[in-house]
Write a protein that binds this ligand. Structure first.
Ligand code: GAL
Length: 431
């Protein structure tokens, strides 16, 4: 009970901190923002891409925009915290107070459609898609993720892959190991590493979404794409034996993580693999941006990557998109920014640094490293699965409940309580 209460308290404090701006990395620009909002001139770009591994792509995109539109003043209004941990709370309070940023980062899928579009807060962008000739430039599956009732509401800047197992090449080579393809192989490898005193799996769930990220990958690997998708439409119950099997596998994995997982964020956990203190890490490919740009590691030399065990041929889709909120004072400037973000040039400035692949089908593969090229290929043929932890699969309210339940499960490891909580939260999902 006490643990449960403290998890709630931590969440409340986290949101409070975010709302008071304490966790924003750029509170000085927050002050500047208030002035600019009144003047209605600046283009305020709201995201959670601050700091290590996150901001390089955004800065490159802003630079490109400023070259094209030197007269439009841009404000990078990013609020720190992986997966939008703090930014989403700040955004919610601003939207509620009718003080929307000019444009903001939002995941395609339920986060956009069941959230801001359903609340009547977004302008349709069909005219922009027509004007820019985008209808056949983005994969249909992606356009569907940013559409509701025949209207399109945002522009995808990227596609991140969520089901990647990153591993330290040297540890694997020194121990004569191959990256695991199945959960059985994962546990064999993990046992060998553990016996040598090496932490098999890195986790940094100081922000609980990171553990949800691991869990959703185990769900995908256990249930397969079709059944995994049915969980979010209410067609498959969380009481299904396959879910229990996934939870047992997830629980077993937790025997192989670093002890200090709850004090690390996703970058700190990635660092364990970079420094050879842990062997493997399940995380989206923003990690590649962090490894390469910030830690100066080399793709396929210092670190390797394979699909998460049991998920070869599957692609956990995460797409960051930007739209036009209702009521902004500079809609034409916002559309100019969205046009750059959705252009080949914009996507190829952003994605090679971000770790993601371009959302457009006609981007230039030569701008991408081996990892990017491979991922672009994989995306074309893989079964696509929407990420829960990153907003596509289910509405924000449900994701928050899952994050809380996962956070408690990681410490208490009570399978029945966890499944009961998920099943009761799922009653709000659409049938
Ligand atoms: C995701 C987002 C990514 C990356 C990651 C870590 O939700 O889609 O672009 O920023 O969070 O913060």
């Amino acid at each position: 009970m006490r643990k449960k209460a403290s998890a709630w308290l931590a969440l409340a404090l986290g949101i409070g901190m975010a709302l008071s701006g304490c966790s924003s990395s750029n509170s000085s620009s927050d002050n500047a923002k208030q002035g600019s909002q009144k003047a209605g001139e600046k283009l305020e770009i709201f995201s959670w891409w601050t700091g290590a591994g996150e901001e390089d792509g955004l800065k490159a995109l802003i630079k490109l925009f400023q070259e094209k539109y030197p007269d439009i003043e841009v404000e990078n209004a990013a609020v720190a915290g992986g997966a939008g941990t703090n930014a989403k709370a700040v955004l919610a309070s601003r939207m509620q107070g009718n003080d929307p940023p000019s444009t903001f980062q939002v995941h395609g899928g339920a986060e956009l459609n069941e959230g801001w579009v359903a609340a009547g807060k977004m302008e349709p962008l069909n005219d922009l898609y027509e004007k820019e000739g985008w209808m056949d430039k983005f994969p249909k599956a992606l356009i569907d993720m940013v559409s509701k009732d025949g209207n399109i509401y945002s522009v995808p800047v990227n596609i991140h892959r969520g089901n990647v197992l990153w591993y330290n090449k040297k540890i694997f080579a020194d121990n004569g190991l191959q990256p695991p393809k199945t959960f059985d192989e994962f546990f064999q490898v993990a046992d060998k590493l553990k016996a040598k005193g090496i932490t098999p799996l890195a986790l940094g769930d100081k922000e609980p979404w990171a553990a949800t990220h691991l869990f959703e990958n185990v769900l995908l690997g256990t249930l397969g794409t079709e059944n995994y998708k049915k969980l979010w439409t209410g067609e498959l119950s969380f009481n299904d034996p396959q879910v229990k099997q996934a939870v047992e596998t997830f629980k077993k994995m937790l025997n192989y993580i670093n002890e200090d997982h709850s004090s690390r964020n996703w970058q700190d956990a990635a660092q364990l693999v970079a420094e050879g203190k842990a062997a493997m890490y399940v995380m989206g490919d923003w990690v590649k941006g962090y490894f390469v740009n910030d830690l100066k590691l080399k793709v396929n030399e210092d670190f390797g990557y394979v699909p998460v065990p049991n998920t070869e041929g599957k692609f956990m889709v995460i797409t960051d998109t930007f739209g036009l909120p209702k009521g902004v004072k500079n809609p034409d400037d916002v559309k100019k920014f969205l046009a750059v973000l959705g252009s080949v040039e914009g996507q190829d400035a952003f994605n090679p640094l971000k770790g993601s692949i371009p959302a457009r089908i006609d981007a230039d593969p030569s701008k991408y490293d081996e990892y990017g090229k491979q991922t672009m290929q994989d995306f074309k043929t893989a079964e696509l699965a929407p990420s829960l932890a990153h907003g596509s699969a289910a509405p924000e309210g449900f994701v928050t409940k899952v994050n809380q339940a996962v956070n408690i499960f990681v410490t208490q490891k009570d399978v029945k309580t966890f499944i009961d909580t998920l099943a009761s939260a799922a009653t709000e999902l659409k049938k």
